[in-house]
Design a binder for this molecule. Structure first.
Ligand SMILES: [Zn+2]
Length: 229
């Protein structure tokens, strides 16, 4: 039994199988994450050789046969790898984003697909790369439905403000007030404000965002993601 499926896909990974074949991991708009096998995909005559590179978006028709996916035809594709590879920092960021996405996002979710597609598109635009990475992590956490609680103490429910804010607890998923903990904070109140902004800011407005200590905040979000997913 095989069925034809029309969908869009973004290539997360490509690996070579033997001397001729290729296997790619994609995230599809409707199907979610899938592995696609391309017999003779390594050969220059393969019609899919460029559209199966990582950092590529394509739209086409797929064949599903015994829970395995194959490509029947590609209607349109946009390969952004060449553009991304022109700048080392951008390439490293793109690789980090795609690895992270590949590790944590498994289930089909159209919002996730759109987010990944937009991230890919805006990465080739001129933007501050550290902020871009931070935004990627924040949005990935937000769309996964596990964004940290920033307004109320996770222990007692008290509203948090500049005066009673004590610390940010990664394991408890949010802020803790001064009454509930004596331990000193790992994240400043200003960092909390950045986290609030990152939750909703659009890609277009990222250029306007100025963040001090973005690498530290990135480390916190990365820890948060690995401990809460
Ligand atoms: Zn409290």
């Amino acid at each position: 039994m095989s069925s034809l499926i029309k969908d869009e896909a973004i290539v997360l990974r490509k690996s070579y199988v033997g001397d001729y074949d290729v296997s790619i991991t994609v995230y599809m708009r409707k199907q979610g994450k899938e592995n696609i096998y391309l017999p003779k995909g390594q050969l220059f005559k393969s019609p899919y050789i460029s559209s199966t590179e990582p950092f590529t978006w394509f739209k086409g028709v797929f064949i599903r046969k015994r829970e395995k996916f194959f490509i029947k035809e590609i209607d349109r594709s946009k390969t952004l790898g060449i553009e991304i590879c022109k700048d080392l920092n951008r390439f490293q960021t793109a690789s980090y984003m795609f690895d992270t996405f590949n590790r944590y996002i498994i289930y089909p979710d159209e919002k996730m697909f759109i987010f990944l597609k937009k991230s890919l598109y805006y990465l080739t635009d001129s933007c501050e790369i550290d902020i871009f990475r931070l935004n990627f992590l924040a949005k990935l956490i937000y769309l996964s439905g596990i964004y940290p609680e920033l307004k109320r103490c996770v222990r007692c429910g008290e509203d948090i403000n500049r005066n009673n804010y004590q610390l940010f607890s990664i394991s408890e998923g949010g802020v803790v007030c001064r009454k509930c903990s004596r331990q000193k904070g790992n994240l400043s109140y200003r960092h909390l404000k950045y986290l609030q902004q990152l939750k909703f800011i659009s890609f277009k407005n990222l250029k306007k965002l100025k963040i001090k200590g973005s690498l530290y905040l990135e480390k916190i979000l990365s820890d948060y993601l690995s401990k809460n997913m």
